[in-house]
Design a protein around this ligand. Sequence first.
Ligand SMILES: Nc1ncnc2c1ncn2[C@@H]1O[C@H](COP(=O)(O)OP(=O)(O)O)[C@@H](O)[C@H]1O
Ligand SMILES: [Mg+2]
Length: 253
Amino acid sequence: MKVIAVYSTKGGVGKTTAAVNLAWEAARDLRVLLWDLDPQGAATFVMQVKPKLKGGVGALVAGDKKAASAIRSTSVDGIDVLPADASYRDLDLVFDQAKKSEQRVSKILEQVADDYDVVILDCPPGSSLVAENAVYSADAVVVPLVPSPLSMRALAQVEEFVAASASKAPVVAFLSMVDRRKTLHREAVTTLPSQDGAVVDVVVPATVHVERMGTERAPIAVYAPTSEAAKAYTALWARVQGIVKAKPRKRKR
Ligand SMILES: Nc1ncnc2c1ncn2[C@@H]1O[C@H](COP(=O)(O)OP(=O)(O)O)[C@@H](O)[C@H]1O
Ligand SMILES: [Mg+2]
């Protein structure tokens, strides 16, 4: 089982969008668990799962509740979701009070190691203990970058954060929400992938197809399979899969 953390210190850069669409791409032939670690529950909402966790995430961390009983199936073949509810707001505190604080996510995932080929973690922004947990358990850390000087700062922060952890996970950044009418964005597309080894040459355009995900409540490929955005996530998954080399136990679709 391979774990992919979709993470950035910045909010609103396309983490949840990437997490949901990478999950869809992976689920073409792998069994995928999408774990929503953000109390905002955007991934939970898009995948049409009820944001309800009996006993809250605290029970999951304490071991009073098994991961399998909190996981929900979705209408998308091959994707299950571990939903986030409001109790995730206190997750940092819950981890802080637990032993080996940064290894809790990894421990919980051990319970389902035989059930899934890939786990995608949709992380909240910031450099929290939640992020430390995600990075600790990850085989790759995927970082969306909206072209701007600040987003390069965010990439540097993620790289420092991963380097300071026990994790050996490579950082895989891609350009997100790219508007080719903007000079800065066009420049970023041509220069960043060759300048910074962590930036792969995958460009997700800023389009209405992506915005619609909130109303369609499905991965982009479900309602706009031929869109440039859907193709970009196919390419992104190919890159990530090439790095983590997740293997199917059994072909799903
Ligand atoms: N490529 C894109 N084009 C247009 N809108 C986008 C794109 N990517 C994300 N968005 C929108 O931007 C907002 C933030 O995206 P989201 O994936 O939730 O970011 P994060 O999880 O990093 O906070 C959402 O409303 C989403 O629909
Ligand atoms: Mg999000």
